[in-house]
Design a protein. Structure first.
Length: 170
């Protein structure tokens, strides 16, 4: 199981150093994500994408759950009160549940993509002030080792903690 670590770094130069140190510590570059203000040059740093900076995954998951429940309830209602005498079985109930989950995930993801990820949103002010947020996905057993790499080499960096698990859509 993976965990997402959060580090708040004072500037881009420190982010370059941390990326190099994490690469030496055998963290793949595609497991590192950097968020900085728009006027900060991060071209040669691993940048965070939509999946890391928006609430896309969380919204899609909540929408899928709500849609599945709604779909199953609609299927059960159609089974109890069949339209035009059509016999509806359990397969139709399952199909409406799956369709509801798909529609709920799609509709909710359209909303979630417009909102900041809750964890990233906490650092919005610091990012506007020129600080750099770095997120790193590592196996749970490597959390302490990676935090120690950053702490020992960069006492100016703030170790902001971890997510309990890596999101389904990194």
């Amino acid at each position: 199981m993976s965990r997402r670590l959060y580090f708040l770094l004072p500037e881009v130069e420190t982010a370059h150093q941390v990326v190099d140190e994490l690469l030496l510590a055998r963290v793949p570059e595609d497991h590192m994500y950097v968020v900085a203000s728009h006027d900060t040059d991060t071209a040669d740093l691993p940048s965070a994408g939509v999946g890391q900076t928006t609430d896309l995954a969380g919204s899609a998951g909540r929408g899928a759950a709500a849609g599945a429940v709604t779909g199953v309830l609609a299927g059960l209602a159609a089974m109890a009160f069949p339209p035009a005498g059509i016999v509806i079985g359990g397969g139709a109930v399952a199909a409406t549940g799956v369709a509801g989950a798909g529609f709920g995930a799609w509709a909710s993801s359209m909303i979630g993509i417009r909102h900041d990820h809750p964890q990233v949103g906490e650092y919005e002010q610091a990012i506007k002030q020129g600080r750099v947020l770095m997120m790193v996905d590592v196996p749970a057993e490597d959390v302490e080792r990676i935090e120690a790499v950053v702490r020992n080499n960069h006492p100016e960096a703030r170790i902001e903690g971890t997510d309990p698990h890596k999101p389904a859509f990194p």
